[in-house]
Design a protein around this ligand. Structure first.
Ligand SMILES: NC(=O)c1ccc[n+]([C@@H]2O[C@H](COP(=O)([O-])OP(=O)(O)OC[C@H]3O[C@@H](n4cnc5c(N)ncnc54)[C@H](O)[C@@H]3O)[C@@H](O)[C@H]2O)c1
Length: 403
């Protein structure tokens, strides 16, 4: 590890699991419950090597510039929009997030909602609260034997596919990428084919800009009469005015929506949407991935990323750096060299090492955009003079020595 202790600042009530993991590895942790504004953060981050935030703290270019010793920022959440990634990369700060920790939480909510919609539970529940006993089977179905159409067969789509089959559903999927079908799921060649054959359509596409409004009046019209629609992916992929029309006309029998093109900023703010007040429509405030289990998993995941990065230089699954993970023998000294991605850097580093008769035991180079990441292990001979020489190269952004 580092010669001096590694210090971490964790904000916004990051799960205690993360604090414990870091502390048990010898990291000095300062943990605050709230988000900090830019000026507060600039003061607080002084002397910190690791910074953990959730979605409310903005890690701006000014924050990163003010913290030359900062090695890594962890987004203890999925999104990284709150972090100036360009500035982080420029200053050699590695950024991690937890892209998979809430997959299961989203899938379980989808399962709950598709059963609730198929049984029209929302309406029964509302009537009961109004004192009305409406015992009837009309319009209520089992999900067993029904066909689920999954649009976007990634982390969430595939896990949903497995659980839905276990409930006895038939599964179809459509993905723009070539994805392997799990279990008995059937791949559709076109979205149209899926819409034609599915009783329930659920969206799990990613947030690439081309996905804006991919689902509108034409797609709802192409769905089966009386089918159900769910969107727990991104708000901007669906035209919700068109969904309202399809529900009011009775063509779509129910919907569950968790994500919206514009979402209220804070708890208690008014939620404005054309979907309010519709029958058999479940609206939730972007909570698909919000469970205590997911928070705990995120805490463990990002804390582990921090530790692997500090001790091994591993950038695996980093958001902004070349992804490298090279197993390390205990007796080696590791040079971790982040540099500008221009020709000749590898040759120059190896020239310096060769000149000093240093035998390289293992070496790995990765590049991503403007930066290159070179990990070099040696057993003996790597002196401070060599380190200084590599650090002085004009292409060097940051050089870490792991002993
Ligand atoms: N509601 C929540 O709280 C919550 C929580 C976690 C994730 N999400 C969202 O769920 C979505 C899926 O997450 P994931 O981890 O499974 O993502 P992923 O990247 O693993 O999978 C997305 C899949 O969609 C496919 N795809 C992209 N555009 C497509 C299109 N137009 N048509 C068909 N397929 C398309 C991709 O090829 C990929 O296989 C993301 O948008 C994510 O932001 C929401």
């Amino acid at each position: 590890m580092h010669a001096s202790p590694i210090r971490a600042l964790l904000l916004e009530q990051i799960h205690s699991e993360a604090v414990e993991r870091l502390q048990s590895a010898g990291v000095e942790v300062t943990s605050l419950d709230r988000a900090l504004d830019e000026a507060e953060l600039i003061d607080a981050v002084a002397g910190m090597h690791l910074l953990g935030v959730r979605s409310k703290t903005h890690v701006t270019g000014r924050v990163i510039e003010a913290a030359p010793q900062l090695l890594a920022v962890g987004a203890f959440c999925i999104g990284t929009n709150q972090i100036d990634l360009h500035s982080a990369t420029e200053h050699g700060v590695t950024v991690f997030n937890a892209p998979f920790s809430n997959t299961r939480s989203v899938v379980e909510l989808v399962i709950a909602e598709l059963i609730a919609l198929t049984r029209r539970l929302t309406e029964k529940n509302e009537l009961m609260h109004g004192g009305i006993w409406d015992k009837s089977a009309t319009g209520a179905h089992e999900v067993r034997g029904r066909t689920l159409g999954i649009v976007g067969y990634g982390n969430i789509g595939t896990q949903l596919s497995v659980l839905a089959e276990n409930l006895g559903m038939r599964v179809l999927f459509y993905d723009t990428a070539d994805r392997l079908a799990l279990g008995n799921a059937r791949r559709c060649e076109t979205l149209k084919e899926l819409l034609h054959d599915a009783d329930v359509v659920t969206l799990h596409v990613d947030g690439r800009p081309e996905n804006r409004n991919i689902f509108g009046a034409a797609e709802f019209a192409a769905m089966r009469e009386g089918s159900l629609f769910l969107n727990l992916s991104r708000g901007f992929v669906v035209d919700y005015a068109a969904l309202r029309g399809a529900i009011e006309s009775g063509h779509i029998a129910g919907a569950a929506v968790d994500v919206f093109p514009v979402e209220p900023k804070g708890r208690g703010d008014e939620f404005v949407s054309e979907l309010r007040g519709l029958p058999n429509v479940i609206l939730t405030p972007h909570i698909g991935g919000s469970t205590e289990e997911a928070q705990q998993d995120i805490g463990q995941f990002v804390a582990n990323k921090f530790l692997d990065f500090v001790t091994e230089g591993s950038t695996s699954l980093s958001v902004n750096m070349p992804a490298l993970g090279l197993p390390r023998r205990k007796d080696t000294l590791r040079l971790v060299h982040l540099h500008r991605n221009v020709p000749g850097v590898l040759a120059r580093v190896n020239g310096i090492l060769a000149e000093a008769q240093v035998n390289v035991e293992a070496q790995l180079l990765g590049t991503r955009g403007d930066v290159g990441y070179l990990v070099t292990d040696s057993v003996s001979g790597t002196t401070q003079a060599i380190v200084n020489q590599i650090r002085a190269m004009p292409e060097t952004i940051r050089l870490r020595v792991l002993v």
